[in-house]
Design a protein around this ligand. Structure first.
Ligand code: TXA
Ligand code: MG
Length: 323
């Protein structure tokens, strides 16, 4: 079976909403990456998501809702920080982890009894939430550990068995939401992402940033942050300097164009030169990795991105892709 890709017009949205209400799954665009949506509190729908993605069952899903009020309904405790952050950043690429309402059924329940929630900033996602009237669990619409999809085509390539994909064009951010844990006194970063720490601190004050070197095993701050993740088929290597004739694929950024050039008698088969602006770099990163994979190279040399907080999410994803 091949996924059917439809435009997010009225009939397309209606079909997607009907599919979700019937307990099936549907991929849809968000401002970060494409999500694989399912009724968040239907056991069979959520099971389909895990099965299609081949996702380990211990890794919980983010629940997407249309409003702050709908988010509060899922929470046992809605801290003041959640109000302030939601007011400033929702709809947007910020996921908040809070205590889960005892009124919910057990689907998606975590050992710590928490729930991850966000209001996506994409017209199609909001229209879909409105049309189906359900809270939607939606992980990135890719096979577990693969690269997240930033176009409808990526979804079909990674998950051909998905019945329906709403095509909303390429995602604006191109990297997943920032996940912030608000269940303790100080907000704690669980996953760096599209929303910068700087922006978060301006509203929430100091934020605990766990040392990413302990991000595996029992020390893992967020269950989903396994060390190998976001990986293309090709082997990814992060380098500070390029060999004179780099074979295979190359991923570099502006200011280092020489990395992408073929010196006499060798050089990369395919090269991607991304922006030196971290926001633009992030928006193109997964698409570039998809293109390099499609070119069939077995190795991708990646110029290590700059230091600094603006590059945190990018360094995180590339580090995992190379693990
Ligand atoms: O941008 C995004 O967040 C995209 C779009 C589709 O919204 N979704 C996404 O979902 O990236 P996923 O499943 O690929 O990543 C969800 C992350 C995982 O790291 C997971 O472990 C974490 O959120 N997470 C979910 N529920 C959690 C919880 N209750 N406590 C801690 N971490 C949680
Ligand atoms: Mg994912």
């Amino acid at each position: 079976m091949t996924a059917e890709v439809v435009r997010p017009d009225r009939p397309g949205l209606r079909r997607a909403a009907d599919t979700l209400r019937a307990g099936s799954v549907c991929a849809f665009p968000t401002e970060t990456v494409y999500g694989l949506g399912a009724h968040a509190f239907s056991r069979s729908a959520v099971e389909q998501v895990y099965r299609l993605k081949n996702r380990p069952t211990w890794n919980p899903l983010i629940v997407h809702v249309p409003s702050v009020a709908a988010a509060r309904d899922l929470a046992a405790i809605w801290p003041a920080a959640a109000d302030e952050l939601a007011e400033r950043f929702w709809p947007g690429p910020l996921t908040l982890v809070v205590r889960r309402s005892p009124g919910l059924n057990d689907v998606g329940r975590t050992p710590a009894d928490t729930i991850a929630i966000r209001v996506p900033a994409h017209e199609v996602a909001l229209q879909l939430l409105d049309a189906c009237g359900l809270p939607l669990a939606a992980p990135s619409a890719n096979r577990s550990e693969g690269i997240s999809p930033t176009t409808a085509r990526h979804v079909v390539q990674s998950l051909p068995e998905v019945p329906l994909v709403l095509d909303g064009g390429p995602c604006a951010y191109g990297i997943e939401s920032t996940v912030l844990d608000l269940t303790e006194a100080a907000p704690r970063l669980l996953r760096p992402g599209a929303l910068s720490l700087r922006a978060l601190r301006a509203v929430a004050g100091p934020i605990t940033v766990p040392d990413t070197t302990v991000a595996d095993g029992s020390q893992r701050p967020s269950p989903g942050m396994s060390r190998r993740h976001y990986a293309p088929r090709a082997k990814v290597e992060l380098v500070d300097e390029f060999p004179a004739a780099a074979a295979g694929g190359v991923l570099t950024y502006e200011g280092h164009e020489a990395d992408a050039q073929s010196p006499r008698g060798g050089g990369p088969q395919v090269a991607e030169v991304l922006s030196a602006d971290p926001r633009e770099y992030a928006a193109d990163l997964y698409a570039a990795l998809h293109r390099l994979d499609d070119a069939g190279v077995d190795r991708i040399l990646v110029r290590r991105p700059p230091d600094g907080e603006d590059w945190l999410a990018i360094r995180d994803r590339l580090g995992r892709a190379a693990a």
